[in-house]
Design a protein around this ligand. Structure first.
Ligand SMILES: *Cc1c(COP(=O)(O)O)cnc(C)c1O
Length: 395
C-alpha cells in the first residue's frame, strides 16, 4: 500500500472523504475487521490461498484483449480488460474471495451482504457455498422483482434472500437493512460489495480489486513492451471495478483516469445517478462522501438503466480523486450506453453488462490521439441485461 491516493489516513479519510460514521454498537466489529485486514493483507499464506483461488476457481488472469473494431473506430489502440470472463460474470468475485478468506481467518461462519442487481449477492452466495458458510443477502423488494434470475441463483446456491421493504425498496434500503441486522448480530461478517461503507471497507475492497490493474500492467508490458496505458476508463456505481482498474496508475501522472457515471435519462432530467456531478458532501452508509440529496439532506432517488450503477453515493476514494482532479468524471445516458453495447456486440461478439457499456460509451466523450493506448475495464457480461437490451434493440 505504497500508493499515496489509495491509502487513507488513520481515521480512514481520503482528503475530506471517508471515515467511519457508525453507531457505537458497531465500533468493535469495525475495529476487529481493521486489525484482521492489517494482519492478513500482506501475509504470504493468506495471499497464496487467495491467489490460488483467483487462478483456479475464478479463472484469473483475465485476458487483456485488443479490440480491432474499437481501435479502428477511434484510431488508436483500445484494449478491453475482460472481467466479464470471471466466474459468476463480473469483477465482484475478486472482492468476495478476498473477504470470505478474511472472514474465515476471523473465525466467522455467518456472512451477510447487500445487493442491488444481484451480482454481488451471487458472488457472495458463491464463495459462501465454496467455504461452507451461512449466507444471508438483503435485497430491495423492487430489485427482487427486477432481477429474478439472480435471486434464483442465490437461492440455489443456498443463500437466504431477505427483501428490504422500506424506502424506495432498492439498494440503499438493502444496505440499511444489512447494517441494522449486523448491529443485532455482531458475530456475523458483513461482506460489503463496493468501495463504500465505513473505513476500512473502502480500503479493503480497493485492495482486493487492485488485482485488475496489477494484471493490466504485466499484460501491457508483455504485449507492448511498456507497462503504462495513456488512459484507463471504468464505470462507477460505488466504484469498486474502477478502483481496481485505476489502483496501480494513481501514482503514474501520465496515465489519465476516467470514471463513467450513469446520467440516466440526462443530468437535468431528475432521473439520473451521476453522483459526482449532482452530489454534495454528506454521510451515507457510514462514510463521508458525495451523495445525491435534497435541501433537507434526504437521499434523492437515483435512476439508471443499469441496476449496478443505480446508487445515490460514490466511494470516498473516488470523491477525493475527482475533487482533486486526478480522476475525470464523465456522464453517460441510458441511451448512449445501449448504443455502445450494441456496437461491441455486433462488432466483437461480446455482450457487455449495461454497467460496462457506460465505460465503452465514454470513448465518444474523450479526446483521443493516435498514440493513445486505452484500457477499458469490461466489468461484467450482459447475460443478466438481455431483457433490457431486447427493449432497445436497434432494428
Ligand atoms: C456491481 C457492478 C458494477 C458497479 O459496481 P462498482 O462497485 O462501481 O464496480 C459495475 N459493473 C458490473 C458488471 C457490476 O456487476
Amino acid at each position: 500500500m505504497k500508493n499515496s491516493f489509495t491509502t487513507p489516513n488513520k481515521l480512514g479519510f481520503y482528503g475530506d472523504f471517508g471515515g467511519a460514521f457508525i453507531p457505537e454498537l458497531l465500533q468493535r466489529n469495525v475495529e476487529e475487521l481493521n486489525v484482521a485486514f492489517l494482519n492478513f493483507y500482506e501475509d504470504s499464506q493468506f495471499l497464496n490461498e487467495r491467489n490460488q483461488l483467483l487462478h483456479d476457481y475464478v479463472g484469473r488472469p483475465t485476458p487483456l484483449y485488443l479490440s480491432q473494431s474499437l481501435s479502428a473506430k477511434y484510431n488508436c489502440k483500445i484494449y478491453l480488460k475482460r472481467e466479464d470472463l470471471n466466474h459468476t460474470g463480473s469483477h465482484k468475485i475478486n472482492n468476495a474471495i478476498g473477504q470470505i478468506l478474511l472472514a474465515k481467518r476471523m473465525g466467522k461462519t455467518e456472512i451477510i451482504a447487500e445487493t442491488g442487481a444481484g451480482q454481488h449477492g451471487v458472488a457472495t452466495a458463491t464463495v459462501c457455498a465454496l467455504l461452507n458458510m451461512n449466507c444471508t443477502v438483503f435485497m430491495g423488494e423492487k430489485d427482487i422483482e427486477r432481477q429474478a434470475p439472480n435471486v434464483a441463483r442465490m437461492k440455489f446456491l443456498g443463500a437466504k434472500v431477505i427483501p428490504a421493504t422500506s424506502g424506495s425498496k432498492t439498494l440503499k434500503d438493502a444496505t440499511n437493512e444489512a447494517i441494522r441486522y449486523w448491529i443485532d448480530h455482531p458475530a456475523s461478517y458483513y461482506l460489503i460489495g463496493s468501495v463504500v461503507g465505513p473505513h476500512p471497507y473502502p480500503q479493503i475492497v480497493a485492495e482486493f480489486q487492485s488485482i485488475i490493474s496489477k494484471e493490466i500492467r504485466c499484460q501491457l508490458k508483455e504485449k507492448k513492451g511498456s507497462e503504462l496505458p495513456t488512459k484507463v476508463i471504468a464505470c462507477v456505481g460505488g466504484g469498486s471495478n474502477a478502483a481496481g482498474a485505476f489502483y496501480e496508475f494513481y501514482d503514474e501522472p501520465t496515465v489519465e483516469l476516467f470514471a463513467a457515471e450513469a446520467a440516466g435519462m440526462g443530468i437535468e432530467s431528475g432521473y439520473s445517478a451521476a453522483t459526482s456531478t449532482l452530489g454534495s458532501i454528506g454521510v451515507l452508509h457510514g462514510s463521508m462522501t458525495l451523495l445525491m440529496q435534497d435541501e433537507f439532506g434526504q437521499i434523492t432517488e437515483p435512476h439508471s438503466i443499469s441496476a449496478g450503477l443505480d446508487y445515490p453515493g460514490i466511494g470516498p476514494l473516488h470523491a477525493y480523486t475527482i475533487a482533486n482532479g486526478r480522476t475525470n468524471s464523465i456522464n453517460i445516458t441510458d441511451d448512449e450506453a445501449v448504443v455502445a453495447a450494441q456496437f461491441l456486440t455486433l462488432n466483437e461478439g461480446i455482450i457487455p453488462a449495461l454497467e460496462s457499456a457506460h465505460a465503452l460509451a465514454a470513448l465518444d466523450k474523450i479526446e483521443l490521439v493516435q498514440n493513445d493506448v486505452v484500457v477499458i475495464n469490461l466489468s461484467g457480461r450482459g447475460d443478466k441485461d438481455m431483457e433490457e437490451y431486447a427493449k432497445h434493440l436497434i432494428q
